[in-house]
Design a protein around this ligand. Sequence first.
Ligand code: C2E
Ligand code: MG
Ligand code: MG
Length: 587
Amino acid sequence: MRNLLAEPNERFFFKDRESRFLLVSAGFLAALAQGRPLEKVIGKTDFDIFSTPHALAALEDEQRVIATGRAMVAKVERETFHDRADVWVSTTKLPLLDEHKKIIGTWGVSRDITAQIEAEQALVHQALHDSVTGLANRVALMDRLAQALLDLERRSGRVGLLFIDLDGFKDINDSLGHDAGDRVLVEVGRRLTDVARRGDTVARLGGDEFVLICAHPSDDDGLRLIADRVARAIRAPLMTDGRDLAVTGSLGVVVTDDPHVGPGELLRRADIAMYAAKRAGRNRFQVFDAEIDLGAESTAGLAAELVRAIEGSELFVLYQPLFRLDDGSLSGAEALVRWRHPQRGVVLPAEFIPLAEERGLIERIDLFVLDEACRQLAAWGSEDDPWDDFMISVNISGRNLIDPGLADRVSAVLERHGIMPSRLCLEITETALIAELGDANQVVESLAALGVHLALDDFGTGYSTLAHLQQLRTDILKVDRSFVAEIGGRSRDREIIAAVIAMAHALGMTVVGEGIETDGQLDKLAALDCDEGQGDMLAPPATPADVAALRSTARATHARLTHARSTTTARARAGRRGARAGRALRP
Ligand code: C2E
Ligand code: MG
Ligand code: MG
């Protein structure tokens, strides 16, 4: 016992029935008595060492041990002082007996376990929080959600859930790097926390997915209001690395008053509603309902089938001919993908391209179409009519423009089929080109360096202005069919189109009118000096054999053109084309 009392690390104490110290170990003196000698501690109480609340609690414990004769074993408690930082201790107290087994006080040991407790707390925090944003993580979210649903059992009410997925976050990560991506996540988490009210939970599920549990939404309208506020908070200007990022989110909203739905099911519904918001164009919220649920099932099915379609041979390509508007000759064709679905019949790209982009399948589709179109281009023509002047256009999704290997892949396909780069045109939508997210521009540069033509597709549907045109590497401008449809309308619309065409010409670009459906549209485009056109009225998307047949009769369309061209404008246009060829081939 004497050895144990001399041990500098063990905190032993013996107290009388009034909790006055009878004896303490060297370790006790060192840790708690601040160097006071033993004589100065004997006779004192906890009130002389600890804070009053702690001394009171200890006194109570000791009185109980004395009254019951039972030990208190390994009580974890926080020791608090007047004058020092708190510590965590594990304390054991036993009755102190004399030789007649009469209780004359207490004795025991307390051990400092602060380091251990802090490590445990850190582990718990880590287990329940997301390391990037410090928000609750999935485990904590599921726990709180279960708790909120349990509360519904006790008193009626509702629980709302917002599932938030950032739009295009992968692009931010890919182009600006993960540190910038993390900063965006932290900022979004902060904004969500700002919108949340007391009792709400903000969690990050992982990736760019966040969840907000609204513990007590007033009603559906109240929840919509919150969803709207969240969407607006996310799209507020966000600066990182000195860049203005356009961050938006798609939200799925679900509300329930049923305590038995289960947290997993509630999360699933919110997720499905979120996907519906994505499909509806992103940067919005969608409230879950049964219809969306059914839609999600068929979309999930469609996605699985699409993988099969790509791997099997259900995709095929049709070619929509392009004509010169001055002489009606066939100048090329745009490759348009189709899906021959075993049950649904032929599915149009509008139904599966967005899905393919969402599920990361678009690269394989675009490369399939590119390969198939180049193979077909090589197959068309013969020794005496090699179709050298015929150009094939292939659509490239903006998603693929962040792939730095794209130019190499395109080059390999051209080589495989022995196609001159100048006979291939890649169509890129303006939204993809104008995205601030830098890397796309480098990919476009490397494509231009290959010597392929680049077309700005669907011009007029996005954000580009005429001023943008000069900065782009595209040498062909495809005026969207919504623009073409307006051409017969108000004179102001016609003036705008005239200005677009003139500006594009001044920049050495070829202008193509898309979706020409009427004679009137064709005539007006021709009158405005539009170079080429495509549309159902000229020729709908066709099989390779039909395109071949058209080539021989194409000049017949010339008869449809009511505007004869003077030789001077024709010569001017020929000059422009020469300039363009030089531009496209420039490395
Ligand atoms: P786009 O590149 O603007 O292609 C033109 C679309 O307009 C085609 O629709 C074509 O059939 C349609 N069209 C042509 N003439 C007319 C007309 O007179 N009236 C009307 N109303 N429509 C006309 P499609 O084939 O359904 O393709 C739709 C879009 O899907 C394409 O628009 C393109 O953005 C995308 N797409 C098609 N194939 C591919 C592909 O292989 N890869 C990628 N990434 N996207 C593709
Ligand atoms: Mg196109
Ligand atoms: Mg288009």
